[in-house]
Design a protein around this ligand. Structure first.
Ligand code: NDP
Ligand code: 8X3
Length: 257
């Protein structure tokens, strides 16, 4: 029975979009592999969802390549045939100008959003190819990978990497039946901004005040939609924003140096 269920492997399942995806895929009957660094949150999700669908949890820091390999190698048989890899783990740190940024923050964003994502992808790709038609890599990108804004520097650039990597990956798995999607959300109300602002709740409250931001469930619904499309349909890039988030006109500096 368990083997018949499609398996989704989610990184960053302990919060926000990843946790919402766990719930959404579970409601649709998928078996779950849930990963993230906070083991107690994984255990709580397993308690919450484990009666409905098979759930395997593994505490995992995606930046630790050897740990990713151990988790992938140790997947129980019922979870080994991964159909969807949801590369969701990621973070932004800081929103000040580049010239004042903390270099350690930049390195952490690169390590997590870029190197972590490629670690997991490289190790699971053979399994997805083995799964064949219907298998999907869903990479959580961002509108920040497409749209520059002050303070976006390395975060936005890391998401531009995710977008281009998704396209290139799709070229390489061409003919295998594996689909690749860059799912790029805009402003989503999660712990993302609290992490970015290093625990400053006032800034977070101010950021979301008066908005009707996307909720993690809104993004999760799109992820499930991408995963359950007929196997010949590949959404290359899916950008989703709240209606309240709009573009700005170019800023024209006058009499500037
Ligand atoms: P959250 O902060 O709520 O969730 C981030 C998740 O990433 C957590 O589960 C966290 O788990 C995990 N994570 C962070 N670092 C690591 C790591 N080194 N190893 C493993 N897991 C890690 O934010 P969101 O849910 O909003 O973010 C999810 C993704 O969506 C990110 O890639 C983000 O860039 C992207 N995104 C977010 C938007 C937003 O406005 N919120 C908009 C566009 C994209 P743990 O700490 O337990 O390891
Ligand atoms: C997060 C979206 O607009 O805060 O990826 O950069 S935004």
């Amino acid at each position: 029975m368990h083997e018949a269920r499609p398996v989704v492997f989610i990184t960053g399942a302990t919060s926000g979009i990843g946790a919402a995806c766990a719930r959404r895929f579970a409601a649709a009957g998928w078996a779950l592999v849930l990963t993230g660094r906070r083991a107690e949150r994984l255990a709580a999700l397993q308690r919450e969802l484990g009666n409905a669908v098979p759930v395997h949890v593994a505490a995992l820091d995606v930046t630790d390549h050897a740990a990713v390999a151990r988790v992938v190698d140790a997947l129980p048989t019922a979870f080994a045939g991964v159909r969807v890899l949801l590369n969701n783990a990621g973070l932004a740190l800081g929103k000040g100008p580049a010239q004042q940024a903390d270099l350690d923050d930049w390195h952490r964003m690169i390590d997590t959003n870029i190197k972590g994502l490629v670690n997991v992808t490289r190790l699971l790709l053979p399994r997805l190819i083995e799964t064949g038609p219907g298998a999907t890599v869903i990479n959580i990108g961002s509108i920040a990978g497409h749209t520059p804004y002050p303070g976006g520097h390395v975060y936005g650039a890391s998401k531009a990497f995710v977008e281009q990597f998704s396209y290139n990956l799709r070229c390489d798995v061409s003919g295998s039946g594996v689909r690749v999607t860059d799912l790029a959300p805009g402003m989503t109300e999660s712990e993302f901004t609290l992490v970015r602002m290093k625990g400053d709740h006032d800034v977070v409250d101010d950021y979301y005040r008066g908005t009707r931001a996307l909720q993690p469930e809104d993004v999760a619904a799109q992820a499930l939609h991408v995963a359950e499309l007929p196997p010949h349909v590949n959404i290359t890039r899916l950008e989703v924003t709240p209606l309240c988030q709009q573009w700005s006109p170019f800023t024209i500096l006058r009499d500037a140096p």
